[in-house]
Design a protein around this ligand. Structure first.
Ligand SMILES: [Zn+2]
Ligand SMILES: [Zn+2]
Length: 404
């Protein structure tokens, strides 16, 4: 039994029962027909033989509650054959009679690539997966799954996290990342076929993956339902991947995190996600970056920030300071008369970036000693007497008794 069987065959009609017929009614109808059509009763009658097979197949499905539910669901989604089928595809299939490339089969039908297809169509892979996946329901499910895996499909996008030191985030770093993602099955190398067997060309679409159907004045291209658009079918699925061609694998890959990433940033590394299948392109890798704090530096966009204590003498007289950067030391001039809290800019010594690098922003703070030696205290008192009142306007206002 295949997907196509589910969609095209009307098992209820075959048994002559209503869609809501209960199990007893189905059984009764089958018994009657099986008696009438039995080959022993109809020797040499090809029609009766074909009908007998049809009835048996219908009963196989309808007598099994699980398979009957799957069958009903398939008919509901894809239409009970004929005209209803197209409307059942939630996203619709764009591309009409002459459309050379009506849709991206890999995205629509890849077992893992479905997220890329827009809108409702993206769910199609999931629908198939839900209907025919899960295994255990007989050969039909394994076969349907293997078919999905046998065409080119884009690899899955993978998201992972990386914790970087402050310097690594600023300067860029190459890190090994361990991740779990679907990868090409090592047993069948992605073909989905049991080793020693190989997939063969789908007999329904002759390998094209597409069938066309006329409806009124229009012709529609649709993914072939027998092979689910892959052009190939697998009869004997690979035992490792159940015919998917893909298994979940732990991989360690080395990725270059570019310079200048920020804490919480999600960076996309094109083509570093799960490998594609059968020539399909690899998915993308998204890395959410966590950046540790630095004991000295902070960041403001592409600028590095650094707070540097200076003495009163340095602030007053001016000084040349040597300060660290993430890449060697730099010297900077503190002009005479620099106020505490003033920020000095060292161009180009911040976060390296595409185009212009950021700056190093050095904020100077005049250090006020908590304790003084007697000699220092004497010296400060002398200085204070020399400098005089630092706030003459305030003093004047105070003397007037009001600031108005
Ligand atoms: Zn395999
Ligand atoms: Zn086909």
């Amino acid at each position: 039994m295949s997907t196509r069987d589910f969609i095209e065959k009307d098992y209820y009609a075959a048994l002559g029962v209503a869609q809501d017929a209960d199990a007893a009614a189905v059984k009764k109808a089958y018994r009657q027909l099986a008696r009438d059509l039995h080959p022993d009763k109809n020797p040499g009658n090809a029609d009766a033989e074909a009908r007998f097979k049809e009835v048996s197949e219908a009963y196989d499905v309808l007598s099994d509650p699980k398979r009957r539910a799957e069958y009903d669901e398939a008919r509901r989604l894809f239409g009970a054959g004929g005209a209803g089928a197209r409307a059942g595809f939630p996203g619709g299939f764009p591309g009409g009679a002459g459309g050379g490339q009506p849709f991206d089969l890999g995205d629509l039908f890849g077992a893992t690539g479905g997220t890329r297809a827009g809108g409702g169509a993206g769910g199609l892979g999931d629908l198939f997966g839900g209907l025919f996946g899960g295994g255990g329901a007989g050969t039909g499910s394994a076969r349907a799954r293997s078919q999905a895996a046998s065409g080119p499909a884009r690899g899955q996008d993978v998201e992972t996290e990386a914790t970087l030191s402050f310097e690594e985030a600023v300067l860029g770093v190459t890190v090994p990342l361990r991740m779990q993602s679907p990868g090409t099955c090592p047993t069948c190398h992605g073909s989905g076929a049991r080793p020693g067997t190989s997939p063969h060309t789908c007999p329904v679409c002759q390998g094209a993956g597409v069938t066309s159907r006329s409806q009124g004045a229009f012709a529609f291209s649709e993914p072939c339902r027998n092979c689910r658009g892959t052009g190939q079918v697998v009869d004997d699925p690979c035992p490792t991947c159940a015919g998917n061609g893909v298994t979940n694998q732990t991989r360690t890959i080395t990725v270059r995190i570019p310079a200048g990433v920020k804490d919480g940033q999600r960076i996309r590394l094109a083509g570093k996600g799960a490998p594609g299948r059968r020539g399909g392109p690899a998915g993308d890798l998204f890395v959410v970056v966590h950046v540790s704090d630095h004991e000295l530096f902070g960041r403001k966009g592409n600028d590095l920030t650094l707070t540097v204590p200076i003495t009163f003498a340095e602030a007053t007289l001016g000084a040349t300071l040597t300060v660290p950067t993430l890449d060697g030391n730099v010297t900077l001039k503190v002009p005479a008369g620099t106020a505490s809290g003033q920020t000095l800019r060292v161009r180009g010594r911040g976060v390296p970036g595409r185009g212009r690098a950021g700056d190093l922003l050095v904020t100077v703070e005049v250090a006020v000693p908590k304790r003084l030696t007697p000699a220092a205290e004497e010296a400060v008192k002398v200085l204070e007497a020399e400098l005089g009142d630092p706030r003459p306007r305030i003093t004047a206002a105070v003397q007037q008794g009001s600031a108005r």
